[in-house]
Design a binder for this molecule. Structure first.
Ligand code: PLP
Length: 348
């Protein structure tokens, strides 16, 4: 017996493809003489790689960054192997062999990775130099190692720790990156993430690596008015109920109805990435009507106040207030977390 086709999902993540393409073009423009690539790790920042990769490719993006090797195959369904870079680099001989077999470039982050890559057969790779974030990347003191000199480097990268603020470390990292550029042969150089692009031409090099801003995140205030929101969330109304004054709502009755109220229960919960920090804080919308979240968000459901839209019925669709900077301010979550949290039950 074959399994029947499932009915449509009761959660939707709608990607505004036009806004996504416009954001890439804006960041490419802001990158000046450098070309913008795209960080598409973590399933395109939670929006779905199959959704975002073709849009970015068709907008003109020619370099795509993922973190894990597990992210390569889903990306290669949409972009050429030579356009793909794996930021974590090869940690094992198996990963190096996979890079060579697929034609994907790793970013080499350590001398050990450089050796693994060469022993597997080598070929063109990228090199990540750590200039002050002290995360992943080769310390500048190791740039003179013969194993690095033997690499065939496409892009020499570094990554900024504080590009989203005006911090003296930005200029320090810029100087260290420029110095690294003088020490190893490479075809292109890259330093800037979304926020780094705003720091100006000196930070651009040949290639930039925006992520967050592509997907509507405001990485720095300068991007307000340029970057458009990309993700829209919608959920179905499962049940409408009327409660009397004094009734508790949801787990632990953290909200108690002050008078008779109409409530709506929607198919969105913390398992979908709508975390409990939205309890008593978030809002849904039906047209102009605002429907505040009441009580605790639970795993698969959230309860809202239908006072502003008493005619809503079971099966109607509501949108979730999820404007990124405002949502970050309301919850204390970062814009990055708000995007990458969005779960597998959203139809993308
Ligand atoms: C994730 C990542 C980016 C993208 O950063 P955003 O702040 O999302 O623009 C760029 N470079 C590296 C190395 C990254 O890991």
């Amino acid at each position: 017996m074959t399994t029947p086709e499932p009915p449509p999902a009761s959660l939707r993540l709608i990607v505004d493809e036009e806004a996504l393409a416009a954001n890439w073009r804006a960041l490419d423009e802001l990158s000046g003489r450098a070309k913008a690539g795209a960080a598409v790790k973590a399933d395109g920042y939670g929006l779905g790689i199959a959704k975002v990769a073709p849009v970015l490719r068709d907008a003109g993006c020619a370099t795509f960054y993922v973190a894990h090797w597990s992210e390569v195959a889903p990306l290669l369904a949409h972009v050429p192997a030579e356009a793909t870079v794996v930021l974590h680099g090869p940690a094992t001989a198996g990963e190096a062999a996979y890079g060579i077999a697929t034609g994907v470039r790793p970013a080499i982050n350590t001398l050990a990775q450089a050796r693994l890559w060469r022993e597997a057969g080598g070929g063109v790779c990228d090199l990540m130099v750590d200039t002050g974030i002290n995360r992943l990347g080769l310390p500048p003191t190791e740039l003179g190692d013969p194993v690095i000199a033997a690499l065939e480097i496409d892009t020499l990268h570094s990554h900024l720790a504080c590009a989203d603020e005006d911090n003296p470390l930005n200029a320090v990292q810029l100087a260290r990156w420029q110095s690294a550029r003088g020490q190893v042969r490479h075809r292109r150089a890259a330093l800037a993430n979304s926020a780094g692009i705003v720091l100006g031409a000196a930070y651009h090099g040949d290639l930039t690596r925006p992520g967050l801003a592509l997907y509507g995140g405001i990485a720095r205030q300068e991007l307000v008015g340029t970057i458009r929101q990309v993700a829209r969330l919608e959920t179905a109304l499962l049940q409408v109920r009327d409660v009397a004054a004094g009734e508790g709502v949801g787990y632990n009755s953290t909200f108690v109805a002050p008078g008779p109220m109409r409530l709506g229960v929607v198919a969105l919960g913390y398992a979908d990435g709508y975390l409990r920090c939205w309890s008593g804080k978030g809002s849904l919308r039906s047209g102009e009507a605002e429907l505040p979240v009441l009580g605790r968000v639970s795993m698969d459901m959230t309860i809202v106040d239908l006072t502003a839209a008493p005619r809503l019925r079971e099966g109607d669709w509501l949108s979730v207030e999820y404007e990124l900077p405002a949502a970050a301010a309301a919850t204390g979550l970062s814009q990055y977390e708000l995007l990458t949290l969005l779960g597998a039950r959203f139809a993308r």
